[in-house]
Design a protein around this ligand. Structure first.
Ligand code: 5GP
Ligand code: MN
Length: 339
């Protein structure tokens, strides 16, 4: 995004507009945090702003300021289609390919609204009028902070905006521990705390609201953990039957994949989660160092993401998906054994 782009966007935002903000399907803390942070900022400027999420998200995100205002496309398709149709400006946040918004893809790609992408995933598609893409960023929330800064409006950040942006930076950086966390990230979260983000309370809301059943499910996931030392790889499976037995709720498996990576010597971790509802196996991949799970997921599991964190899917059965996973590891033997 260059100076001319910023000036054009400034002009656009200088009069009230009908704006829609869209996060990706199965939105996470960064997707919801960045959408709500931008929402509050644009509302302060008297725009008519509506967030439309493709579908629902976990309860641990349902406390952020004005979260209850978010529309879910899969509940109210016709209303949402009309809102998108009438939008003058659409912000797409935390994704870079319209395939990531599920059933919303058709109406959004048909819309004649000016589109602004703000995102940190690799290999962005070229659908937006203005693209602010930076894969070196910890999170889309960090980029929304920068976006507000580029518009010379840092003084407009209040405690609602700060709370939402802090949340997404915290969740996408694994509480500031992933390598994507830079000194600038810390400088920004410092400013967000000064502007009213309650860091300890936000952490509490996200991570200390477990149900007993979720911890039991984690216990099952950990007992299913398998290690393949020659490829420095660990993986977890969870069948639909196991999810049902522990009263699975959306978001309950968030973060489970990281336990594989916490094993000494392991640099590649995966979790395979059976979903009867979607009729697929949902896959999360994580790595340490240069091993790119984005590339592996794009090549074998119809997904993508970042070098060290990616998602994907498989239409095979759970056991066939695991067999496929194990069968592709030899291709990566050299990469997985590099230090
Ligand atoms: P998760 O494993 O938590 O679902 O996703 C890890 C990261 O990869 C997140 O940043 C997520 O947005 C991204 N991601 C997940 N699934 C996909 C996908 O199918 N395509 C792309 N491009 N990114 C994905
Ligand atoms: Mn993100």
């Amino acid at each position: 995004m260059n100076k001319d782009d910023i000036n054009s966007i400034k002009t656009l935002l200088s009069t009230p507009k009908a704006i829609v903000i869209i996060p990706h399907k199965n939105p996470d803390g960064d997707a919801i945090g960045s959408s709500l942070g931008l929402y509050h900022y644009l509302k302060r400027h008297n725009h008519n702003v509506i967030i439309i999420a493709p579908n629902d998200y976990p309860d641990f995100l349902k406390w952020m300021p004005d979260e209850a205002e978010i529309l879910k496309y899969d509940h109210k398709k016709e209303d949402c289609d009309a809102i998108i149709y009438n939008a003058e400006l659409i912000f797409t946040l935390d994704f870079n390919s319209l395939g990531r918004i599920g059933d919303m893809e058709t109406i959004v790609s048909q819309s004649e609204a000016i589109k602004i992408m703000i995102d940190h995933h690799q290999q962005p598609d070229d659908y937006a009028t203005y693209t602010y893409s930076d894969v070196s960023m910890s999170s889309t929330c960090e980029m929304v902070f920068n976006f507000i800064d580029m518009l010379n409006d840092l003084d407009k950040i209040d405690s609602d905006i700060a709370t939402c942006l802090y949340t997404g930076i915290m969740t996408d950086t694994g509480s500031f521990r992933f390598p994507s966390t830079t000194s600038t990230t810390h400088t920004i979260v410092g400013q967000l705390i000064e502007k009213g983000a309650d860091n300890s309370e936000i952490h509490n809301q996200i991570y200390d609201t477990n149900s007993y059943a979720r911890l039991q499910l984690l216990g099952r996931a950990l007992s299913n953990l398998k290690v393949i030392p020659e490829y420095r790889t660990a993986y977890i499976t969870l069948s639909q039957e196991e999810l049902n037995a522990f009263d699975f709720k959306k978001g309950d498996t968030e973060g489970f994949v990281n336990y594989g990576l916490s094993l000494k010597g392991i640099i590649f971790a995966a979790i395979f989660i059976e979903s009867h509802q979607d009729d697929i196996i949902k896959i999360s991949l994580r790595s340490k160092g240069d091993f790119s799970v984005n590339e592996l997921s794009r090549a074998h599991f119809s997904g993508g993401g970042h070098t060290n964190a990616a998602g994907g899917r498989s239409e095979l059965s759970l056991s066939d998906t695991v067999d496929k996973f194990i069968s592709i590891l030899p291709q990566y033997k050299k990469d997985l054994n590099q230090e």
